[in-house]
Design a protein around this ligand. Structure first.
Ligand code: IMP
Ligand code: MG
Length: 179
């Protein structure tokens, strides 16, 4: 499909499935090299958007590893504190362990910064970040992003796990919004 319509908006193809797989292959190789001497790293996949990337990335890991899934629930806190994010579903003990956060996309970095801070409280050995997509022009944080699949401009995109108001997660390609 070259174009899709989700709710009120049109999207056109931006990154094809084969390009996605090529990029994941490169990231996967780097992670394999870095993790070969680590004791059972745990991949922490951030739902919902990361489910496709997590599945494709993990199939390329050839060492003993674990995978677990967390979710960040946003809700409005007191007016003074603004947006509050709660970490849900961390059901394993990560103290002393190598954790690799698996994200679909990093935009401003607010989400990853919050998650990083919350995970550090559990005293892991180290935290690495693997993100499939990254918007460098939007990123405002200092947390190093260890593994990046594809750098993209500041367009709004959907597909391959990413949604526009919950639609589009099922699409195998990535589509960008048509203005
Ligand atoms: P950040 O906190 O600004 O880095 O935003 C991260 C989150 O915003 C992601 O996990 C996505 O849920 C969402 N997001 C950012 N950019 C896009 C996009 O282009 N399409 C769909 N979701 C996006
Ligand atoms: Mg996400």
């Amino acid at each position: 499909m070259k174009r899709v319509k989700l709710h009120d908006k049109e999207f056109e193809i931006a990154i094809r499935y084969d390009q996605i797989q090529t990029a994941i292959g490169v990231v996967a190789q780097r992670i394999r090299e870095d993790m070969k001497d680590e004791h059972i790293p745990v991949f922490l996949s951030v739902l919902n958007g990361s489910f496709m990337f997590t599945a494709d990335l993990l199939k390329q890991m050839d060492f003993n590893c674990e995978v677990s899934f967390v979710k960040l629930a946003s809700y409005s806190g007191a007016a003074s504190t603004g947006k509050v994010q709660e970490l849900l579903g961390l059901d394993i003990d990560i103290s002393g362990r190598t954790v690799i956060i698996v994200e679909d996309i990093i935009d401003t970095g607010q989400t990853i910064a919050g998650l990083f801070k919350k995970l550090k409280r559990h005293h892991p050995k180290q935290i690495k970040v693997a993100t499939f997509l990254y918007k460098p022009d939007a990123y405002k944080q200092t947390i190093p992003l260890d593994y990046i699949g594809i750098r993209i401009p500041n367009d709004f995109i959907v597909g391959y796990g990413l949604d526009y108001d919950q639609l589009g997660r099922n699409l195998r390609n990535i589509y960008k919004i048509v203005n």
